[in-house]
Design a protein around this ligand. Structure first.
Ligand code: HEC
Length: 132
C-alpha cells in the first residue's frame, strides 16, 4: 500500500520531469531544425541563383567578353569568338570537355564548377551563336 503511494508519487514526479524535459527537448529540436533548414535552404538557393549568364560573367567574360566576342586579354591568348561558326559547330560534349579540362591557354574549370554549372554554361555559349 505504502509502496504503491510512494510509487505513484515518484511516478508523478517522473511525469513532471519528463514533460519539462520533453518541452525543452522540443525547443532544442525545433531550434536545430530551423538552423538546419536555414542552412539547407541557403545552400540550394545560392545554387538556384546561378544562371548561365552569371556564371559566364564571373568565370569566362574576363577572356571571352560578356558578349562572347573576346576581350583584349582573350584575343592576346588566342581565345576564339564564341559566336563564330567554328565554336558553334562544336558539340555540347566538346564544349563541356573544353570547359572542364581547358585547352591551350584556357584554364580548366572542373575543380571550380560542377557538372550542373558547366551544363548551364554550355547552354549559354549556344546563345552567342544566335545573337551573332
Ligand atoms: C584565361 C582566359 C580564358 C578564360 C577565363 C576562359 N577561356 Fe575559353 N578559351 C580561352 C582560350 C585561349 C581559348 C582557345 C583555346 C585553344 O583552342 O587553344 C578558349 C576557347 C574556348 C571555347 C572554344 C573551344 C574550342 O575548342 O574551340 C569555348 C567554348 C570556351 N573557351 C568557353 C569558355 C567558357 C564557358 C569559360 C568560362 C567557364 C571560358 N571559356 C573561360 C581562354 C579563356
Amino acid at each position: 500500500m505504502g509502496q504503491s503511494i510512494l510509487g505513484s508519487k515518484s511516478n508523478a514526479g517522473a511525469k513532471t520531469f519528463s514533460r519539462r524535459t520533453l518541452r525543452s527537448g522540443i525547443v532544442a529540436v525545433s531550434a536545430s531544425a530551423m538552423l538546419f533548414l536555414g542552412i539547407a535552404s541557403a545552400a540550394p538557393s545560392a545554387k538556384a541563383a546561378d544562371t548561365g549568364e552569371s556564371l559566364f560573367n564571373a568565370n569566362c567574360a574576363v577572356c571571352h567578353g560578356q558578349d562572347g566576342h573576346g576581350t583584349a586579354t582573350g584575343k592576346a591568348l588566342n581565345a576564339p569568338d564564341l559566336s563564330s561558326a567554328a565554336v558553334q559547330k562544336l558539340t555540347n560534349a566538346q564544349i563541356t570537355e573544353q570547359i572542364a579540362d581547358g585547352k591551350g591557354n584556357m584554364p580548366p574549370f572542373k575543380s571550380t564548377l560542377d557538372a550542373g554549372q558547366i551544363k548551364l554554361l554550355v547552354t549559354y555559349v549556344r546563345t552567342f551563336g544566335k545573337k551573332k
